[in-house]
Design a protein around this ligand. Structure first.
Ligand SMILES: Cc1ncc(COP(=O)(O)O)c(C=O)c1O
Length: 474
C-alpha cells in the first residue's frame, strides 16, 4: 500500500471517513434555498403571504382526500352544511353566516351589497387594501385615515371623518401589515357611538394569533344586534389558504344582503369538507400558535441583536425597520431564498411572515449577514456549496483555498490532521454567497510550522459541509 509520510492510504481514508462522520452532520437541508435552486413545490422561505408554515390542519387534509372521489359531483350549492357547522361553532344561527371563496369573496360581496356611487368607505392606512379597491370599483369613495404614531388604528380620527355619506367603516383587527390591535375598550366606545346607517366591517383574519388580553373579537357586537360584520378566513391559522374559504358573521338581515349577489357553487366540495374538519382540529391550531410564538421570538431576538426597531406583533407577521431603504434588502433576501414584503409608504420596513423555526433561523442569519456585511448588487450565487480548489497541492510555503457558498451565514473553514485534531481555524465569519478565498501558510494556531503530511480542510455552514485533503511537503 502506498504510504504518504508514514500514513497509509487506508488510514487516511478511514480518518477522512471519521471526519466525514464527525463533521458532515447529515445531507438534508433545513434552511431555505436560493430561489433559483428551488423546485416549484418548495415553498420554504416564502415569508410574504402570512400563510401557515405547518401546512393544512391534518383533519382538513384527510377530509379533502376523503372527498376527492366525489369531485365529479357538484357541492352543496350554498355551503349550507358548512354554514351550519360554523354557526354551531360560534353558537349562533346559520343564517348569520355567509361562506365564500376566501375572505376575498366575502369582502367583495360586502362591498357590492352596501357601496354605491356617492357612498363613502372609511378605512385606516396602512391596512389590508381589498375593500378600498372594491369600493372604487363600485363608484364609492375611499377615505384613508392614517394610523396613530404608535401604529394603532386611529378610531377618533375615523369617527371624525364620518359624514352623511359614510356607509362602511372597515377595520382590520389585528391590522395587516402593522400587526397591531385595537384595544377592546376603544373598540367598545367607538362602536357604541356609531351614527345610524353606518356599518362596521371588522376583518379578523388574524384573530387566533393575538396574545394580548387587550383585544376582543367583535362577534359579541353582532350578537347584540349592532350593525357589525365580522370577516374570518380559513387561510391563516387553519392552513387552508389554497382551499379558499372564508365567511362573514352578521345579523340575518345584513347576511341576506351580503349573500344576495353571490353565485352558487363557488366553494368546492373539498374545501367545504376541509373547513368543517379544520374547526375540530384543535391540536393543529395549538401547534400553529406555538410555532408562531417560537418563530416570533427568534425574529425578535435577531432584531434586538442587530439593533433594529420593530412594531410589536399580535399576528403571524411582523414589521421591522431595517434602518435603510428596505427594497434592496428585500431583493437581497429574495436572492437568498427568503421572500418578504415592502411597501405601504414605509420605506425602511420589511414585513416578514413567520415560518417554521428552522426557516426563521435561516432568515435571521440571512438578514444579519446582509445588514452587517453591506449590500453588493447584483450578487452571483454559485450553484453549489463546496471547496473548489487548493493551489498548489501539494504545497510548501503557502496555498490558496477557493470555496463557494450559496447562502449568507456563518462559515467555518478549519484544518485538521488525519487524527481529527484541529490544527488551525482559517475562517469563522459571516459571509455572503459567492466565491471566497483564504490562504494557509502551513502553520498551526500558535504560529508553529506543522510537519509534512496530509491535512483535511473542513468547510461548514449550518447543515452544509465539505472536506478536502491537502498535502504539505517540506
Ligand atoms: C386582513 C386580511 N383579510 C383577508 C385576507 C384574504 O383572506 P382569504 O385568503 O380568506 O381570501 C387576507 C390575506 O392575507 C388578509 O390579510
Amino acid at each position: 500500500m502506498k504510504k504518504i509520510d508514514g500514513i497509509s492510504r487506508r488510514d487516511f481514508i478511514r480518518s477522512s471517513a471519521l471526519l466525514s462522520y464527525m463533521f458532515l452532520p447529515g445531507i438534508g437541508r433545513i434552511h431555505a434555498q436560493p430561489a433559483h435552486l428551488r423546485n416549484l413545490r418548495d415553498y420554504s422561505g416564502r415569508l410574504c403571504y402570512n400563510e401557515n408554515p405547518l401546512g393544512p390542519a391534518p383533519l382538513a387534509q384527510a377530509a379533502i382526500e376523503d372527498n376527492a372521489s366525489m369531485a365529479h359531483r357538484y357541492p352543496d350549492w350554498f355551503s349550507t352544511g358548512l354554514e351550519n357547522t360554523i354557526a354551531g361553532f360560534h353558537g349562533i344561527d346559520a343564517d348569520m353566516i355567509c361562506v365564500g371563496t376566501g375572505a376575498t369573496e366575502v369582502i367583495r360581496l360586502i362591498a357590492d351589497a352596501f357601496l354605491n356611487p356617492g357612498d363613502e368607505l372609511i378605512t385606516a392606512t396602512p391596512t389590508y387594501f381589498q375593500i378600498s379597491v372594491e369600493a372604487t370599483a363600485n363608484g364609492a369613495v375611499s377615505i384613508h385615515v392614517p394610523v396613530e404614531p404608535n401604529y394603532i388604528i386611529d378610531l377618533s380620527s375615523i369617527s371624525a371623518a364620518i359624514t352623511e355619506n359614510t356607509k362602511i367603516i372597515s377595520l382590520v383587527n389585528p391590522n395587516n401589515p402593522l400587526a397591531t390591535i385595537i384595544h377592546k375598550d376603544d373598540m367598545e366606545s367607538f362602536i357604541s357611538a356609531l351614527p345610524a346607517g353606518v356599518i362596521v366591517v371588522v376583518d379578523e383574519a388574524y384573530h387566533h394569533y393575538v396574545q394580548t388580553q387587550d383585544y376582543e373579537s367583535c362577534l359579541p357586537y353582532v350578537l347584540e344586534g349592532l350593525p357589525v360584520i365580522v370577516v374570518r378566513t380559513f387561510s391563516k391559522v387553519y392552513g387552508l389558504a389554497g382551499a379558499r374559504i372564508g365567511y362573514s358573521v352578521a345579523s340575518q338581515e345584513l347576511t341576506g344582503l351580503i349573500a344576495s349577489s353571490q353565485l352558487f357553487g363557488t366553494v368546492s366540495r373539498m374545501s367545504q369538507a376541509a373547513a368543517q374538519a379544520a374547526l375540530d382540529d384543535t391540536d393543529h391550531l395549538n401547534s400553529t400558535i406555538n410555532e408562531n410564538n417560537m418563530a416570533m421570538n427568534i425574529l425578535i431576538d435577531g432584531f434586538v441583536n442587530l439593533g433594529l426597531s420593530y412594531i410589536p406583533s399580535e399576528t403571524n407577521f411582523i414589521m421591522v425597520d431595517v434602518g435603510t431603504n428596505a427594497i434592496p434588502v428585500r431583493n437581497q433576501l429574495a436572492d437568498l431564498g427568503y421572500l418578504v414584503r415592502t411597501g405601504w409608504d414605509m420605506p425602511n420596513y420589511l414585513r416578514i411572515s413567520t415560518g417554521t423555526v428552522a426557516e426563521m433561523v435561516g432568515f435571521r442569519d440571512a438578514l444579519e449577514s446582509i445588514l452587517t456585511l453591506g449590500l453588493i448588487e447584483p450578487i452571483v450565487i454559485p450553484r453549489q456549496f463546496g471547496l473548489n480548489s487548493v493551489l498548489p497541492n501539494p504545497f510548501n510555503a503557502r496555498c490558496r483555498i477557493d470555496f463557494s457558498i450559496i447562502e449568507s451565514g456563518r462559515v467555518k473553514l478549519t484544518v485538521y490532521d488525519t487524527l481529527g485534531r484541529q490544527i488551525k481555524s482559517l475562517m469563522n465569519s459571516l459571509l455572503k454567497p459567492g466565491q471566497h478565498k483564504v490562504d494557509w501558510d502551513g502553520k498551526d494556531s500558535l504560529g508553529i510550522p506543522v510537519a509534512s503530511g496530509i491535512y483535511i480542510l473542513v468547510l461548514l455552514q449550518g447543515e452544509l459541509a465539505a472536506n478536502r485533503s491537502i498535502t504539505l511537503l517540506k
